[in-house]
Design a binder for this molecule. Structure first.
Ligand code: ADP
Ligand code: MG
Length: 384
């Protein structure tokens, strides 16, 4: 690869969801061609791509088909298969490097790597049989049991506590005998995240620490900057930078953290643009998507600073009908910025779009969302 990648060069994207779409839009703006690997021709990232190679994402044949057509390969979700990427990386650069993907997509390897870099996480133990789970419950009392591979949006995990039937819980989560991780239950006061970016030549920048509120395992709101103490936010950014360096990241990575009364614990890493960084499109000088493309294309990084406080609301399948009906009313507020992903089917819980509210403070941005939330919500849940 010529560094930096000249305009007109081709970026290959494994995966075709909204993260691929928004990264693709940034790539096109910088003059790159985009080829997407997608199980389906009609996908969010395909709509903005020069070409789509249709192939399932767990089939190495698709990776071998797209690789020779591209100057660099990247991916938009971490459940791509790392092994064939290791072979492909010998002749086409793959960023973030396959080794980091292989580590973080497996929750046990991920936590071990974080710990090895001296960054704190919740205590954890591997669970490979019901007996392991029973021991963990005796030791910790309460925890979160997760499949080591493949979960997202709270899928493939459940809260467990002492007194439950370990055999039954184990079988429910791992009917196939898959590897599990038991994490100690963290009584967090807040969930935070930091998007970190690292360039090919090792420069690191971090975005402001963001506060995240989940509903039913799915990100609901991201508040930037987080309503936490300045030294905590600075510490979180420092931890994210340490992980990016230690894991030899090239590209952007989302670092999820728990804030407790005692301090910060890293929850999980995602070496790709992250849902909690969508606000950067409207509120930062350089969006996380542009930053990712800059990094993988060997360009210098842009300024990640926040120019306007922001609150991002995820719009799920169940919100879309109301969005359509009230679109003009909602967008009458000129500081509400709508991003729709172009997915055909609006299933409940499926991420379809997001709305970023801007303001002179996060309270003002939040008040903008409060005004339109009654038009959007599916039930009578409050915004926060
Ligand atoms: N050890 C834990 N203690 C308390 N809550 C947890 C723990 N692990 C996960 N959670 C809760 O579940 C959510 C989803 O878990 P996470 O590990 O981030 O998986 P996913 O890949 O689905 O995002 C977290 O954002 C947090 O709210
Ligand atoms: Mg998570």
């Amino acid at each position: 690869m010529t560094v930096p990648l000249p305009p007109g060069a081709t970026i290959g994207m494994l995966g075709s969801g909204q993260l691929g779409r928004m990264s693709g839009q940034a790539a096109r703006r910088l003059g790159y061609r985009l080829i997407v690997l997608s199980p389906d021709e009609d996908a969010p990232a395909s709509h903005v791509a020069d070409r789509t190679i249709v192939s399932p994402l767990d089939d190495a044949a698709g990776y071998r088909a797209i690789a020779p057509l591209c100057d660099v390969l990247t991916y938009e979700f971490e459940n791509v298969v790392a092994k064939p990427l290791l072979d492909i990386a010998a002749y086409v650069p793959v960023y973030p490097r396959p080794a980091i993907l292989d580590t973080v997509r497996h929750r046990l390897r991920e936590k071990e790597a974080v710990r090895a870099l001296g960054v704190p996480t919740a205590d954890f133990v591997p669970v490979r049989c019901p007996e392991d789970l029973k021991k963990a419950l005796d030791q910790f009392g309460k925890g979160v049991l997760k499949r080591a591979l493949g979960g997202y949006d709270g899928k493939g995990q459940r809260v467990v506590w002492k007194g439950q039937d370990a055999e039954e819980v184990y079988r429910e989560l791992a009917p196939d005998g898959a590897e599990l991780i038991f994490e100690e239950f963290v009584p967090f006061v807040r969930e935070l995240s930091v998007i970190v970016a690292r360039s090919v030549d090792g420069r690191v920048v971090t975005y402001p620490c963001t506060e995240n509120i989940h509903r039913r395992g799915i990100l609901h709101l991201s508040i930037a900057p987080a309503r936490t103490a300045a030294d905590r936010a600075a510490k979180a950014r420092h931890m994210a930078a340490r992980l990016a360096e230690g894991l030899d990241l090239v590209g952007v990575m989302g670092v999820e953290l728990f804030e407790t009364d005692e301090g910060l614990l890293v929850n999980e890493l995602a070496p790709r643009p992250h849902n909690s960084g969508h606000y950067t499109l409207d509120a930062c000088y350089t969006s996380q998507f542009e930053q990712h493309i800059r990094a993988v294309a060997g360009l210098p990084l842009g300024d990640p600073s926040l120019h306007t406080p922001a609150v991002m609301l995820n719009l799920l399948g169940q919100h879309m009908e109301s969005l359509g009906r009230h679109l003009a009313t909602i967008l009458r507020d000129p500081l509400l910025k709508l991003h729709v992903y172009g997915k055909r089917e609006a299933r409940p819980g499926r991420k379809m779009a997001h709305l970023t509210a801007l303001g002179s403070s996060v309270e003002e941005a939040c008040a903008r969302l409060e005004r339109v939330w009654p038009l959007l919500r599916a039930g009578d849940e409050p915004l926060i």
